[in-house]
Design a protein around this ligand. Structure first.
Ligand code: 6CS
Ligand code: FE
Length: 303
């Protein structure tokens, strides 16, 4: 069994190390499947769109009745005092309004089934062409009136630096539990941004997650780098009814605005990582983040 020590391993995607930001070309495939080994659970066009843009939307993957059951479970969790005092429950920066609930795949009941639904698992297995596990799951409630946004970021930049995820062989699935509209803080993505990695400046502070899950300031792109990605692909806001799923690559630049509409924009996010890409030591000077943010002890191969 080889051991990876900090000295021995190569950091293919250094970030938060240099004095100035830079843009590094992606060194990993986007779609790992060659398309021959197993029947694809996606159409050829969807796989091609995912490879080209870094995300693809599958409408109506879940029936309204299933989403209704997930929504009831979310509503129950959102007001359960025992749940709200757990570390997995993250409130909005300026209020006690619930912002996110992490590790819902471990909490049990209906939402566990959502995170490990075969319709999601087999898509991730195909695109990553490996056995997979859940690196992270979270419910982003983005409640009406006061739901705060998430500034532009690449999830991989954080998962690489703070969780020690070696390569870009992971993806997120955002399941819309409420309608995602143009005015309730829906996810914004920059097409083609997944092929360029922004190496950010700034050092990772201790216990950074206690702030970054409310408002991320470290590991976010500088204006010039973000503008470069924008000029290469623009911005897309995949709106759609509850039940649709946005699948996006770990390095696709994304963010979302505040939700001041009366309508909640609640999404369930499940992050699938390849078993061959399990997290190691962080690529920063901080200790690993807690288990509810990045699976280590609870890594369980799916499917
Ligand atoms: O730090 C993380 O892992 C989380 N932060 C953001 C803004 N997106 C990915 C993930 O939820
Ligand atoms: Fe994110």
């Amino acid at each position: 069994m080889t051991t990876t020590t900090k000295e021995a391993r190569t950091d293919h995607y250094p970030s938060r190390k240099a004095e100035t930001p830079s843009i590094i070309d992606r060194k990993d495939p986007v779609v790992y499947a060659s398309g021959k080994e197993i029947p694809s659970p996606l159409t050829e066009d969807s796989v091609a769109e995912y490879e080209r843009k870094g995300f693809v939307v599958i409408q109506d993957l879940f029936a309204e009745s299933e989403i209704e059951m997930f929504r009831r479970e979310l509503a129950r969790l959102a007001v359960d005092p025992k749940m709200l005092e757990r570390p997995e429950a993250i409130t909005e920066p300026e209020s006690s309004v619930l912002r996110s609930l992490f590790a819902f795949h471990l909490i049990g009941a209906g939402l566990t089934h959502l995170a490990t639904d075969p319709r999601l698992v087999r898509i991730a297995q195909y695109l990553l062409n490996d056995d997979i596990y859940i690196h992270q799951s979270r419910l982003n409630l983005k409640q009406g009136f006061r739901g705060q946004g998430f500034y532009w970021h690449s999830d991989f930049e954080t998962w690489h630096v703070e969780d020690g995820m070696p390569r870009m062989r992971a993806l997120s699935m955002s399941i819309a539990l409420t309608d995602n509209t143009a005015y309730n803080g829906s996810l914004m993505l920059i097409p083609k941004s997944h092929k360029q990695y922004i190496s950010c400046v700034g050092e990772t502070p201790g216990d950074n997650y206690k702030k970054s899950l409310k408002n991320q300031y470290i590991g976010v792109p500088d204006n010039d780098s973000l503008s470069t990605l924008y000029s290469g692909g623009g911005i897309r806001v995949p709106v759609g009814p509850a039940g649709s799923v946005t699948i996006f690559d770990c390095n696709t630049m994304h963010g979302s605005a505040n939700n001041i509409s009366p309508l909640p924009r609640s999404n369930a996010f499940v992050v699938f990582n390849a078993m061959s890409n399990r997290v190691e030591d962080p690529f920063c000077a901080q200790p690993p983040r807690p288990e509810f943010i990045a699976s280590r002890e609870t890594i369980r191969q799916l499917g």
